[in-house]
Design a protein around this ligand. Structure first.
Ligand code: ZN
Ligand code: ZN
Length: 215
């Protein structure tokens, strides 16, 4: 019985669009799409995916343009909490009328004149999964020493975010700023040179007009 699930969940009849370039219709299809899982993001098997798209008959086949929408599960890269996140993905794919002329992605109209939208939806959603999801932009993450969730508790451990080598660089920056404070004469000298160039350039045009006026 369950093997009948091999029938595409999101398939819409487009018989009236075949070989009618310019004809189009709006389709909204909902249904579960299996096999959308990466180590940090996934869609539950029973979660419905929505495809809201315009199907247009073109010379090369059928052009499907619209949006794929689904509620995905994301595991925060910092605190490992799993959060729900709605994904909205724009899609535009060409479906060949003849499976033998299918695109690189393998999109083609089925023999019964239906467009299978599940593979397109799956590809779009999996590509839209973030590589390093965050539960929120300012997630404080887990303590590197005791593993406590810093969003929930303050374990009191110092955050050792600064690598010792970076700390050395910070010392160099401090030294540089100190030398800048001591060398007030340097910046002052540059500042005094810049203004003198301006007046000189302006003096030349102001001197030449009287000569022209005399002639
Ligand atoms: Zn988090
Ligand atoms: Zn801690």
């Amino acid at each position: 019985m369950s093997k009948q699930a091999a029938v595409p969940a999101l398939a819409v009849s487009v018989r009236e669009l075949r070989n009618q370039p310019g004809a189009h219709k709006h389709v909204v299809q909902r249904g579960p799409v299996p096999d959308m899982t990466t180590p940090v993001a996934w869609v539950e098997p029973d979660t419905e995916v929505t495809v809201d798209a315009e199907v247009e008959s073109v010379v090369e086949g059928l052009l499907v343009s619209g949006q794929v929408r689904v509620m995905a599960k994301l595991e925060c890269a910092r605190c490992l909490r799993v959060v729900d996140r709605e994904l909205l993905v724009d899609v535009q794919e060409l479906f060949a009328l003849d499976p033998r002329e299918a695109t690189d992605d393998g999109y083609a109209v089925l023999p019964d004149d239906r467009v299978p939208l599940d593979a397109m939806a799956r590809d779009a959603i999996v590509l839209a999964f973030p590589a390093a999801p965050l539960c929120r932009p300012d997630c404080a993450g887990l303590c590197q020493q005791c593993g406590a969730d810093r969003n929930l508790t303050d374990c009191g451990h110092e955050e050792r975010a600064i690598d010792p080598r970076w700390a050395a660089l910070a010392d160099l920056d401090l030294d540089a700023s100190r030398s800048g404070e001591n060398g007030d004469g340097g910046p002052g000298g540059r500042g005094s040179e810049a203004p003198t160039e301006g007046p000189r350039r302006q003096a030349k045009p102001s001197g030449s007009p009287p000569v022209n006026d005399d002639r």
